[in-house]
Design a protein around this ligand. Structure first.
Ligand code: ATP
Length: 200
């Protein structure tokens, strides 16, 4: 069986995340696609991090867009502390010892991947699958793929056009009372509105 894990802060889950999920599913044809909201991301400063509950709920609504293979895991939220990918992958290797594991990410993450905690072990445990976030990243992504392969890693680059979109932009728009309907799945837009999230 094939299991894809897609980690992130998902603050909130947006259409760029959805596109990456769909492309990863198209490329890998996994049996399980697991969305994994992180507790504290080790790779960046998480600004205005919404509560675990709201982020989990938004991920669950987004997962419905991806069909039966998609699920949301609260493993990192329950574990607490910094959410290291290597620990998450060790967990799933133990849970599904016979599965091939994949870890999905955007180009900003692939470009910095070799500076993550224990990239060597992550590459033993999983194949990376990456969507470009911005066409200006193409060269850096190709270079990152080559560097990762040079140390024995496996990287799949998806072929779709990038969708330039970030949670930061969405939070800024919400703060200014601007519409976000074309940037997040409709169910997530409705949830944000109903709960009055990201408004000061
Ligand atoms: P923020 O703006 O709050 O930093 P973000 O938009 O980068 O958030 P994350 O939840 O941090 O979203 O991202 C989770 C994963 O999704 C990361 O691997 C990231 O690279 C990837 N990702 C985010 N946005 C896109 C996008 N537009 N296209 C492809 N991948 C994306």
């Amino acid at each position: 069986m094939k299991t894809v894990i897609f980690g992130g802060t998902f603050n909130p889950f947006h259409n760029g995340h959805l596109l990456l999920s769909r492309e990863a599913i198209k490329a890998v044809r996994p049996d399980r696609f697991i969305i994994m909201p992180s507790h504290i991301p080790p790779h960046k400063v998480a600004e205005e991090l919404m509560s675990d509950e709201h982020r989990l709920n938004m991920c669950r609504l987004a997962a419905k867009e991806l069909g039966d293979i998609a699920e949301v895991s609260d493993f990192e939220l329950i574990s607490g502390g910094k959410s290291y990918t290597v620990i998450t992958l060790e967990h799933f290797k133990e849970l599904y010892p016979d599965d091939e594991l994949y870890f999905a990410m955007g180009s900003d993450m692939l470009i910095t991947f070799l500076r993550w905690y224990r990239p060597d072990r992550i590459l033993e445990l999983a194949t990376l699958i990456c969507n470009c976030r911005d066409s200006r990243d193409y060269e850096a992504v190709k270079a990152a793929k080559a560097d990762i392969e040079a140390v024995g890693g496996r990287v799949i680059l998806t072929e779709c056009e990038p969708l330039v979109c970030s949670s930061t932009d969405i939070r800024k728009k919400l703060d200014k009372n601007e519409p976000i309907d074309d940037l997040v799945p409709p169910s997530v837009a409705e949830y944000i509105k109903r709960k009055g999230l990201y408004r000061d």
